[in-house]
Design a protein around this ligand. Structure first.
Ligand SMILES: [Zn+2]
Length: 397
């Protein structure tokens, strides 16, 4: 986002609250299938939080084979085969690598390295320049073999109408469809669209028609790709939902009606809050918090994203702690926050079959923390080891 209303509201300061969370489900224990794969690395004695939201497994074992997770379980169900390199992580907590599902400047090797080192092993770039998207396949070829770089998911270049908020212009449903296919052909993983009036809603920027928006979503879905919809005003959530977008990028800074919130929940549309960019613009944080709180109370699904580089001021490059603190302020439990940062962020990035939870077959993107974030979220800052695609890329132990 680079246009949001300028407010002079009070910027809330946050206290990180700690609490112990009760979880709804019982632990999942996965055992390896009969397979020829041999474990190459084992993590033992840690407490496992697998990202699905189920209760942690104490004294867990994770077996890794190459870049993938081979097996996950407790010491009662799983043993480490002889001769496998083993890391004893007693007292530590194991989590999936975090995913920041709303960043910009992802086409930057230094940024991707910084994210990976901080445990953000995947990022979703929510709009890059047309030139960057044109070079996406080449850029990706230069990073994807090296786990020192965070995995990059690209939503291409944000679509809008001439003079509107975004960078790639369409003037008809036919043109909209073609632009979607061109972006996907260039290597974009998904599509980003906007409905935005501009500063505090006063600019009245031109916007996509319902027909154009629908054409975009239908074209993306016809290729099996998701669409992320940018809004900053509650009034534009409804047309996004009518068109069938898959996630709403940003909370609105004004009041969301109960009917709209319920429709988001009913349609299974995710929300990526991006508190940080609103803070940087001086928007009213209390309304953002209330909107998120009401969405979560209805059972809405939240994904982590801070809009890194999408506005003025400082953004955390690495773990977006301000987002996590703001989710806590909105009443999300530490477990709900962890799911937002892992499984749900993988879902909006359309890579939930590959990453986001610690389950057999997925990429071995694993964080080892010194403490337990369910007891104190501050433990998220006590990062000891980062494993990305099975490779230890950071080890502070
Ligand atoms: Zn953005």
């Amino acid at each position: 986002m680079s246009i949001v209303p300028v407010f002079r509201g009070v910027i809330a300061s946050f206290l990180l609250l700690s609490s112990i969370v009760g979880c709804q489900s019982s632990p999942t224990i996965s055992v390896p299938n009969a397979t020829d794969q041999k474990a190459t690395l084992a993590l033992v004695n840690g407490t496992l939080i697998d990202g699905t939201g189920v209760e942690p497994i104490p004294n867990a074992i994770i077996l890794i084979a190459g870049d993938r997770i081979l097996a996950v379980g407790s010491q009662k169900t799983l043993a480490v085969p002889a001769g496998v390199r083993t890391l004893d992580v007693s007292g530590a907590t194991l989590l999936p690598g975090f995913i920041n599902a709303h960043i910009h400047r992802g086409f930057d090797k230094a940024n991707l390295q910084a994210w990976a080192q901080a445990g953000v092993t995947t990022v979703r770039d929510e709009s890059a320049s047309s030139a960057q998207v044109a070079g996406l396949k080449t850029f990706r070829a230069g990073i994807e073999a090296d786990p020192h770089y965070a995995r990059l998911v690209s939503a291409g270049t944000m679509l809008t109408v001439p003079g509107g908020y975004g960078y790639l212009y369409v003037s008809s449903p036919e043109e909209a469809r073609q632009q979607v296919f061109d972006e996907l052909d260039a290597g974009a993983d998904m599509i980003k669209v906007s409905l935005e009036d501009g500063y505090a809603g006063t600019q009245g920027l031109p916007k996509l028609t319902p027909e154009e928006l629908q054409a975009i979503v239908e074209a993306a879905h016809s290729r099996g790709r998701l669409v992320s919809g940018h809004i900053t005003q509650a009034a534009y959530i409804q047309p996004m939902l009518e068109a069938g977008v898959d996630d709403i990028a940003h909370l609105p800074y004004d009041y969301i009606s109960p009917a709209t919130l319920q429709q988001m929940v009913d349609q299974g549309v995710y929300l990526t809050p991006t508190f940080t960019v609103f803070r940087n613009y001086g928007a009213p944080v209390s309304m953002l918090v209330q909107n998120l709180k009401r969405f979560v109370e209805l059972g809405g699904k939240v994904a982590l994203g801070n809009d890194y580089g999408g506005g003025p001021g400082d953004f955390e490059l690495g773990l977006p702690l301000y987002e996590i603190q703001s989710m806590r302020l909105a009443g999300m439990t530490p477990m709900q926050i962890i799911v937002a940062c892992t499984k749900n962020a993988a879902h909006v990035s359309q890579i939930e079959n590959e990453v986001g939870t610690l389950e057999p077959g997925k990429f071995a993107d694993i964080l080892v923390l010194g403490g337990n974030p369910l007891e104190d979220l501050q433990a998220l800052t006590d990062l000891r080891i980062v494993i990305h695609s099975g490779m230890i890329i950071r080890n502070d132990t």
